[in-house]
Ligand binder design. Structure first.
Ligand SMILES: Nc1ncnc2c1ncn2[C@@H]1O[C@H](COP(=O)(O)OP(=O)(O)OP(=O)(O)O)[C@@H](O)[C@H]1O
Ligand SMILES: [Mg+2]
Length: 239
């Protein structure tokens, strides 16, 4: 479905990702783990097409189409969505207005409003938060829920969630994790995470480990437990 062919990525002159070869399949959940600064968010940005991240070699192929040079908007239209590790504030724009813009009149505004309200209820997002400018004064956990809400409304085929579990309390984690599990059918889900705790609610089919911009290990969910208990050093023999 989405294939990384020997992908290397730089920011400015600094090479961050090196020769990543991997194929993501539909209907699968992937956890991407790795130490701070290992390139996990960079991988998300590169797949989503952030202009600061330059592909210096290799390709990104989505449904047999080379999208390496494609604009982020085009990738989004094809069904790729990245939720940010640090969601931005957008002054003067509510989540409804933003989604209405993103969907370019493809949905009836009333239908969109109802959909947003329904998902907000399931994610236990307060109405008042929906009516504020996006993320303005929102807490860390509230922002993560708003990111997930946007992702769900846009109905992506390839969903990258960058640390959706960071900074959220135990109840919010359960709501977020269970909700992702509920919507996983028919999509590829990439969970960038440092912790096992979200993996209790949504089980990964595969765990990928990035170290120093390289994909050093791919395993099943026990690999996430091994990392939590023994740290990345325990993978040393493979690095
Ligand atoms: N826009 C940028 N400009 C300069 N350096 C960058 C930029 N984006 C990423 N980097 C560098 O690339 C490396 C990888 O960063 P990245 O954010 O991908 O790591 P990460 O694995 O997501 O880390 P964390 O677990 O802390 O979120 C870091 O050394 C970071 O400083
Ligand atoms: Mg990151």
């Amino acid at each position: 479905m989405l294939k990384l062919n020997n992908l290397s990525v730089s920011v400015g002159k600094k090479q961050i990702l090196s020769n990543i070869d991997f194929q993501f399949e539909p209907d699968k959940v992937y956890a991407v783990m790795g130490p701070n600064g290992s390139g996990k968010s960079t991988l998300g940005y590169s797949i989503a097409g952030h202009p600061a991240y330059e592909v210096t070699s290799g390709q990104i192929v989505f449904n047999n189409e080379d999208i390496t040079e494609e604009e982020p908007e085009k990738r989004a239209e094809k069904g790729i969505f990245l939720s940010f590790q640090s969601p931005l504030q957008i002054a003067g724009v509510t989540v409804f207005q933003l989604l209405r813009l993103a969907l370019e009149g493809k949905v009836d505004p009333l239908e969109l409003r109802n959909k947003i309200n329904r998902i907000a209820k399931e994610l236990k997002i307060r109405d008042e938060l929906l009516n504020r400018s996006l993320n303005e004064g929102a807490s860390g956990g509230e922002r993560k829920k708003l990111e997930l809400l946007q992702a769900v409304v846009l109905d992506p085929k390839f969903l990258i969630l960058d640390e959706i579990d960071t900074g959220v309390d135990v109840d919010a984690l359960k709501i977020i994790g269970s909700y992702i599990d509920k919507i996983k059918k028919g999509r590829t889900i990439v969970l960038i995470t440092h912790y096992n705790r979200i993996l209790k609610y949504i089980k990964p089919d595969y765990v990928l480990v990035l170290v120093n911009g390289r994909l050093v290990k791919v395993g099943k969910k026990d690999l996430a437990h091994q990392i939590e208990e023994q740290g990345y050093e325990s993978l040393n023999s493979n690095l």
